[in-house]
Design a protein around this ligand. Sequence first.
Ligand code: PLP
Length: 624
Amino acid sequence: MKHFGLSIWGDDNFIIDNDTIKINHASKPSLLQLTQEIREKGYKGPLLLRFPHLIEKQISTLFKTFRKAKREFNYQGDFHAVFPLKVNQFPNFVNSLMDVSADYNYGLEAGSKAELIIAMSKTPLGAPITVNGFKDKEMIALCFIAAKMGHNITVTIEGIGELETIVEVNDEFNKETANPVAPKIGMRIRLHSSGIGIWAKSGGYSSKFGLTSTELLEAYEILKEHTLLKNLWMIHFHIGSQMGDIAPLKKALREAGNIYADLKNRGATALSAINIGGGLAVEYSQHGSAQERNYSLSEFANDVVYLMQEIAKRKGVDEPDIFTESGRYIAASHSVLVAPVLELFSQEYNEKCLRLKEKNPPLIQELFDLYNTIKRTNAREYLHDALDHMESLLTLFDLGYIDLEDRSNTEILVNLIIKKAIALLKNESTDELKKLQDRIQEKYLVNFSAFQSLPDFWGLAQHFPIMPLSHLDSKPSNPASIWDITCDSDGEIGFNRELPLYLHDIDLSKEEYFIGFFLTGAYQEVLGMKHNLFTHPTEAVIRFDEEGSYHIEHIIEAQNLMDVLDDLDYDTGIIDKALKQKIEESHLISDEEKREILGKIYLYLSENSYLKTIQALRDKRMHV
Ligand SMILES: *Cc1c(COP(=O)(O)O)cnc(C)c1O
């Protein structure tokens, strides 16, 4: 896996220069440099770095690619896009998104009342807002209010019941007025075809959402009866997220296109848009053999434009405007989670830790000799001998013939021999050697929570690219598994022989080592859970100015301990009082000590719950 698969997932967003990974933009700061600058301001624990220029890149690529496809096919409909807020509602993201998309008439998609409020307040007038998902009367009323503000808003009907509520709300809002204003109406269709992959449940016949053919016809009649047919202008579908294969999209496009044309020919003359939802996939893989996407954005855009044109031509209707609601594609690349390694867990298997005696049991002496004389030509044989000796030595320990020191020496020596053998035989990647890597893997304890920051890894086994921010000029040698700091054994990204991750052998008492987790910008943040009460990491926006210099802005620190408890609706006043009282009433400490302890506990309460980097290192850094 050369350069951690950067050429597969990196999309030219980063470059490796000497030993570090840099942002491939403007002044090209390294991720390490940004991390250290933020830590020097006093922020500890994991950091989420956001890069608005990468949001802009995705939006402009999306628009450029569709415009090119439209030109190639001489397509008459327009292209529009909205961002589905459920993918990332965090203010630092949404504000950046609105900033960088100003030139594209880019809008927002909302699936709940709270998201709708974000959309109504952040979308510029004229840019599209689409509203999907289940809606009650209040939510539909909010759509009418948005329309009356002058918003270009489309409410998508997911079921006949909603349509009846729309008719009701329309009466309430518009009966008495000379100038009736209502949102535009879209209809979500229940696809016959469904998406594929782990997120595919949004499309297909058993989907939660959308109208069947019978319901579409029924809805048409209801709209006609209430003179709302003039508002029906969009057909909507969404086949599910992270669509790895293009085939289901093509099927869905044919289905939706024909529904659009038939309803238009039936008399829905205002109908003029197809909304193809989201689903555009992101390449998360670090390994060529496990790529997740079998199409390019151009292929995707060409298919959409070509199929819509073909259907429109065949059925004699105008080519519809095309809307997309791609979220993952827009947001995933914009953020990088950076977390410090706190400890390496097999460092006890180190030559320094050997406690060899004057006189060792013969098998241990032999292991020591094997270790010192192993070379390329005898590596396989010595390896087998070492494994064999280990079995015997462990049996001797169980029977009481050798002691704990001997056993420790055995484990260390065998580990060292395996490591050496693997290094010597690295050109012959046999099954046996692959299996042995599991034995010598190094556990990297990393200061982050997988539950908070990579929930899709925990819930869906989604892989995210992982690489260190330094030492990139040398080949990493340790088969690595990553432990987070929660007390949950699921918080581990285990070493996978088929898709191996190797990290560097680092002496953490001498230097820091940071791990970057990439493509975390879509879904991970709001799905993240506070397992063990680890909160959203400290975040910062990295903005580049016209001259190309970068600015670290909008830092939001991870919540402090009391705020976390407050979020769970604890009465923090009572907690505060109880702590104070218990210290003051303790018979175990002097008054002077009490004051000191109170000072300490208040300091701790004001800090976030992630771990601090070890003290020795911090002291050392103060001097450099
Ligand atoms: C979730 C969702 C999207 C976004 O899907 P991505 O795969 O993130 O592009 C778009 N439209 C609707 C209706 C959705 O529910």
